[in-house]
Design a binder for this molecule. Sequence first.
Ligand code: 3PG
Length: 212
Amino acid sequence: MQRRLVLVRHGQSEWNLKNLFTGWKDPDLTERGVEEAKAAGELLKTEGLVFDVAFTSKLKRAQRTCQLMLDALGQKGLETIEDKALNERDYGELTGLNKDDARKTWGEQKVLMWRRSYEVPPPGGESLRDTVARSLPYFVREILPRVLNGETVLVAAHGNSLRALIMTLERLTPDELLKRELKTGAPIIYEMNADSTVAGWRDLGAADEEAA
Ligand SMILES: O=C(O)[C@H](O)COP(=O)(O)O
């Protein structure tokens, strides 16, 4: 029995393009983000993937990525479950600020810790640990049982709500997590064992990076 889970960060959003902290704000995809989503679906189709269910967040950049991928896969109308547990982490008072301006104001190291550390929250926002506390229980309760039951599951969500799951899936230490980046629209394919451990995984975005 195959047990496959595919995670994908949404395609480029209008605020990604402007280099703004986005969090719970709800900008749409850019044209490039739309193309990234379509390409991700086409790539998974060439990999022979056929999904049984999809999960996404309550934010339109992830929802549209999910639907564009399913359209490209020829699976328009597949059961798609939306839940705010998969929403991006809340960036609090940084939301809407330019990331480079934030670095100038507070310094590279502090902004890096806010963006990539496990337990340091941005002012008024969620740390990754806070994001784990809402996304991981949802994953274990709603998503993992379907994968273990032999379903092929797509999760289209956000950089940090996915890193919250990836920390467990890839058994990353907080230091390793600091460096774990997700490209927009780049699927990560996990093969799961019956005991819910990961047999293997391929980050198709990382493949691009290696190729670059
Ligand atoms: O919420 C945001 O600003 C982005 O989607 C993720 O931002 P980050 O890569 O700085 O965490």
